[in-house]
Design a protein around this ligand. Structure first.
Ligand code: CA2
Length: 152
């Protein structure tokens, strides 16, 4: 099967508020800025992007399942579900696509409950605490992983 040149960008709960509150933690870029950055970066490698955000766990899971047929990798900031959601983790491991986990803030320098990620060990790429530019880093690293799998 040919590898689709498309990535899924998933932003989880509350990330629709980016740029409106807590700029000291999350910066001033909006979700639209994040989506544009990811589309631009992926475009440099000849990839298109399907971007979605939801505050509902089941909607995120349906989008991840759909990516199985249409995408070759997933960039995800699961928001607070990172620290709570076994079902999100199961969805990501179930589709068996390479995953890049992104966090805008440095979760390891914040409250202890943010130190554990259910997604961490199903993701091939981890970018933490680089701010919004971390999404571009995640795309670059994920494209490398996809290229490596295609060769192998
Ligand atoms: O640092 C990150 O990217 C997080 O995934 C963001 C989550 C948080 O629960 C994780 O521990 C770390 C929260 C997303 C909420 O985003 C907001 C943005 C602006 C204003 C309010 C919330």
């Amino acid at each position: 099967m040919t590898t689709p040149r498309r990535l899924l960008l998933v932003n989880g709960p509350n990330l629709n508020l980016l740029g409106t509150r807590e700029p000291e933690v999350y910066g001033t870029d909006t979700l639209a800025d994040v989506e544009a950055l990811v589309a631009r970066t992926a475009g440099e490698y000849g990839y298109e992007v399907t971007a979605m955000q939801s505050n509902h766990e089941g909607v995120l899971i349906d989008a991840i399942h759909a990516a199985r047929e249409t995408c070759s990798g997933i960039v995800i900031n699961p928001g607070g579900l990172t620290h709570t959601s076994v079902v999100l983790r199961d969805a990501l491991s179930g589709v068996a696509l390479p995953v890049a986990e992104v966090h805008i803030s440095d979760v390891y320098k914040r409250e202890e409950f943010r130190h554990h990620s259910y997604v961490r060990d199903v993701a091939a790429v981890h970018v933490v605490g680089e701010g919004v530019p971390g999404y571009a880093t995640a795309v670059r690293l994920l494209v490398d992983v996809i290229a490596g799998r295609a060769e192998g």
